[in-house]
Write a protein that binds this ligand. Structure first.
Ligand code: SAM
Length: 402
């Protein structure tokens, strides 16, 4: 089913050809979790700041004779506060409920899902799996964001269970903040590049850590003549990604099982655009600079490198904000989150080979469907409400002699 054939209104998650079919109770649970997450973020979330200002900070100042010096001291103090503990427990539980619901829904129809995926995948040369690719230890050692089996786990060899579970629950996790097809990040990238370089058509795009291709698909749709290579180490996610794209009528993406730490199968300067979306924060401290170096190498002169992430913890970011953004590191199985956000990504990019004047940062807000985040009645301004927002860390690589 092509994007334009997916019927509006997009009041909830839209389904493509391999999307798991929910039963009544499963849909009801996901609806509940979607709204619970919106409520936790929008209504209850600000209560943490009130607890901090009114209770935790004054008590800290009295005990220590000074303000907290970093986000870790704030976390220690907040972890003793009853309101924060209550909010935190709800948030953690909502993630566990999401995983249980998604897994149960996927596993009971796994035969059917695998069969559908096989139908879309068989006989195509645009899915390249390579059993010799090992899942890196920083992925294998942890059920990332409480996801049983992470991105690569298989219930049985050759299945799509991990991809299907990831896809069916991300709408609930983000409170719909990525749009009906959870591709608001990719759509935002398309809007951004159309403004930035209206006449540019990259010959080849590399999307790294593509998972189920949420954000590679909008790029491929926007540039139908471009060859998009989407890589990941996780075979079950790639099988699902490829079937999903095919079912949406998107055929110009080659999904390749590869480790971004070693891109040696592609020559120097092979891609006009190399990019990641919500990927860097799941890498170990050693892997991240290695990958950045490889991406620099395969990027053509005149090409674009772009990384969408949450903002880094710069000196300008208040310590309380750093603390609350750090929640996932300690409560949601995101072991690299805290250290990665404390990095200066610009420095990492400089060390990969760029010069200062090639770098830029910009803000990007997910393009979401109006039925999820209606236009504000106030003055007609667009109200993205809780649509996801990121910082983009980018660089245009200079041509020689430029
Ligand atoms: C947070 S997800 C990325 C989400 C995805 N980019 C999107 O926009 O929907 C991280 C993905 O990176 C993959 N990954 C982790 N380390 C990798 C590596 N070294 N090379 C390639 N993929 C990797 C994981 O398997 C996982 O699918």
């Amino acid at each position: 089913m092509k994007r334009e054939d997916i019927p509006p209104p997009y009041t909830a998650v839209s389904r493509h050809g391999v999307f798991p079919n929910p039963r009544h109770d499963e849909a009801a649970r996901f609806n509940f979790l979607t709204h619970l997450n919106k409520y936790l973020a929008g209504t209850l979330g600000p209560g943490n700041a009130i607890a901090y200002e009114r209770r935790v900070l004054p008590a800290f100042a009295e005990e220590h004779g000074r303000a907290p010096k970093d986000r870790f001291e704030i976390r220690e103090a907040m972890n003793r506060d009853p309101y924060h503990r209550f909010w935190s427990a709800l948030k953690r539980n909502s993630m566990e409920m999401r995983q249980q619901n998604g897994r149960a829904m996927v596993l009971r129809q796994l035969d059917e899902l695998d069969a559908k995926a096989r139908q879309y995948n068989e006989g195509r040369d645009t899915l390249e799996l390579d059993p010799s690719i090992e899942v890196p230890h920083y992925q294998a050692q942890v059920d990332i964001h409480c996801m049983p089996g992470s991105y690569h786990g298989e219930e049985r060899p050759g299945d799509v269970s991990a991809g299907a579970n990831y896809d069916c629950g991300i709408f609930a996790t983000t409170g719909g903040g990525l749009g009906a097809l959870n591709d608001g990040g990719g759509q935002a990238l398309v809007e951004w590049i159309r403004r930035e370089r209206p006449d540019w058509t990259p010959r080849r795009i590399l999307d790294v850590g593509c998972t189920v291709g949420h954000n590679a698909v909008p790029l491929a749709e926007a540039f139908p003549e471009t060859e998009v290579i989407a890589i990941d180490t996780a075979a079950p996610s790639l099988r699902y990604a490829h079937a999903r794209a095919q079912s949406m009528g998107v055929h110009n993406i080659r999904f390749v099982q590869a480790n971004a730490e070693d891109l040696s199968r592609w020559p120097d300067g092979h891609f006009d655009w190399v990019q990641t979306t919500m990927f860097l924060h799941e890498l170990s401290g050693k892997a991240l600079p290695r990958i950045m170096g490889e991406l620099y190498r395969v990027l053509a002169p005149g090409g674009l490198m772009l990384h969408l992430e949450q903002p880094q913890y710069s000196e300008d970011m208040p310590l309380y904000e750093q603390f609350i953004r750090d929640w996932d590191a300690f409560n949601n199985n995101e072991p690299f989150w805290s250290a990665m956000h404390a990095l200066d990504l610009k420095t990492v990019m400089l060390e990969s080979g760029f010069s200062q004047d090639e770098l830029f940062t910009t803000g990007v807000t997910a393009v979401v469907d109006e039925a999820i985040f209606p236009k504000s009645k106030l003055g007609g301004a667009e109200d993205h409400g809780r649509a996801a927002a990121w910082h983009a860390y980018g660089a245009w690589k200079k041509e020689p002699g430029q």
